[in-house]
Design a protein around this ligand. Structure first.
Ligand SMILES: NC(=O)C1=CN([C@@H]2O[C@H](COP(=O)(O)OP(=O)(O)OC[C@H]3O[C@@H](n4cnc5c(N)ncnc54)[C@H](OP(=O)(O)O)[C@@H]3O)[C@@H](O)[C@H]2O)C=CC1
Ligand SMILES: CC(=O)[C@@H](O)[C@H](O)COP(=O)(O)O
Ligand SMILES: [Mn+2]
Length: 384
């Protein structure tokens, strides 16, 4: 019997590429979920015939129910519906590709149901890493990384017999569209300019995160939870071509890297089929097409989000949830042209600096409260 997937965020960049992988491997889809794009969900229902579809937006869920009344699919709505799709009994694997920390509760629901999770939704680990990793351990559930850097490290680690021989993780960063620019040059950049990623075609939020390098800050925190490494042992190296997806360094200074074309269908497929590998639709990497690969130190003075995320993980507790919540709302404000590009980093840093100091995280409510604090802080501090 072919494996059956439940795909949360099926209408997005990762979600649609996951469905491409499903087509290629001839897998089954038993549940889908999205926020409100019911036109695309309807197409997906007709093609993949899932048993359950969750739509976060309740009104959109009602409309979809009517539109697909001629099929046997069951349509559910809201966070409850999302969690039902995440815990769907017929699913062998849950792919969490929603954007934002709204993915936390569904991730915990999947784990509680004993389902392995292929995780693209990095905000889940940033905001709730301690709860997620603890729950996964207790339930013997695997969190399989989809994020390209984390998949690269996961792939490099397949041959690592001894964790204690591991010295450092090296996350590569493209540097985004504004690599080499000064703060002065970034003062008036527009969302349109920030949305032009040099190598990857992704959703708007993660693309802006790449431009501010908040993405790399979030990924340090994500890697720290996934691989149980302190942030002090996770370095960032700017690699403009996005061919080396990340590296690990051993005690003897030997470095292992994973390379490939910048196409998310490789890490998605690996998470879905691990520990097996199959042919993929992604082209072969020919290094002679590139000639040279370049590596630089990140500019921490200009891209202030990186330092803010390091500070947040050093503080621990709820600080990463605050950094994430502040960033989520700041990115929305920037995309709506209500704050400037540089304000994103300033507001994230201020929210982390001014947060109430909570060191231990024991519940989802605490994380949600920290998230709410961060969102309100940003709205107030930016006068919106
Ligand atoms: N795109 C990429 O290449 C990469 C993405 N990631 C991470 O993967 C995640 C998804 O990114 P990406 O695919 O680019 O994002 P997109 O914006 O392209 O897609 C987001 C998806 O999440 C759904 N969604 C949003 N809010 C909700 C909600 N409240 N309830 C249910 N579904 C919701 C959207 O539904 P709708 O369409 O209805 O709004 C859509 O399906 C992010 O965490 C990102 O950081 C990581 C590495 C690479
Ligand atoms: C494809 C992927 O994993 C993204 O997270 C990507 O890494 C973004 O590029 P940056 O390296 O510019 O943040
Ligand atoms: Mn990434």
């Amino acid at each position: 019997m072919k494996r059956c997937l439940s795909i949360l965020g099926s209408t997005g960049s990762i979600g649609t590429q996951t469905l491409d992988v499903v087509r290629g491997l001839n897998l089954r889809v038993c549940a889908l979920a999205a926020n409100s794009n019911i036109a695309l969900l309807e197409d997906q229902i007709r093609e993949f015939k899932p048993e359950l579809v969750a739509v976060f937006d309740i009104d959109a869920a009602k409309k979809l129910k009517i539109a697909v009344a001629d099929t046997s699919v069951r349509v559910v709505g809201g966070m409850e519906g999302l969690c039902e799709a995440a815990a769907f009994s017929g699913a062998d694997l849950i792919v969490n590709a929603v954007v934002g920390m709204v993915g936390l509760k569904p991730t915990l629901a999947a784990i509680a149901a004993g389902k392995d999770v292929a995780l693209a939704n990095k905000e889940t680990l940033v905001a709730g890493g301690s709860l997620v990793m603890k729950a996964a351990k207790e339930k013997f559930v695997r969190i399989l990384p989809v994020d390209s850097e984390h998949s690269a490290i996961f792939q490099c680690l397949q041959g690592c017999p001894e964790k204690k021989a591991l010295k450092r993780l090296l996350l590569t960063a493209s540097g985004g569209p504004f690599f080499g620019k000064t703060k002065e040059e970034l003062r008036d950049v527009t969302p349109q300019q920030a949305l032009k990623h040099p190598n990857w075609n992704m959703g708007a939020k993660v693309t802006i995160d790449s431009a501010t390098m908040m993405n790399k800050g979030l990924e340090i925190i994500e890697a720290s939870w996934l691989f149980d490494m302190p942030a002090s042992k996770i370095s960032v190296v700017v690699h403009r071509e996005s061919i080396v997806h990340s590296m690990i360094e051993y005690e003897d200074n030997s470095v292992i890297a994973q390379l490939g074309l910048p196409d998310m269908r490789i890490p998605i497929q690996y998470a879905v089929t691990w520990p097996q590998r199959f042919p993929s639709p992604v082209g072969q990497l020919d290094l002679t097409d590139y000639g040279k690969l370049t590596f630089y130190k990140p500019d921490l003075e200009t891209f202030t989000c990186l330092a803010a995320c390091r500070k947040a993980i050093e503080r621990g507790g709820l600080a990463p949830a605050v950094a994430n919540g502040a960033n989520e709302v700041a990115v929305k404000l920037f995309l709506n042209r209500r704050i400037s590009f540089l304000q994103i980093g300033e507001l994230v840093a201020q929210a982390v600096e001014n947060q109430p100091d909570v060191r231990l995280v024991s519940s989802v409510d605490e994380i949600e409260n920290a998230d709410t604090y961060a969102r309100e802080y940003v709205l107030k501090a930016s006068g919106k």
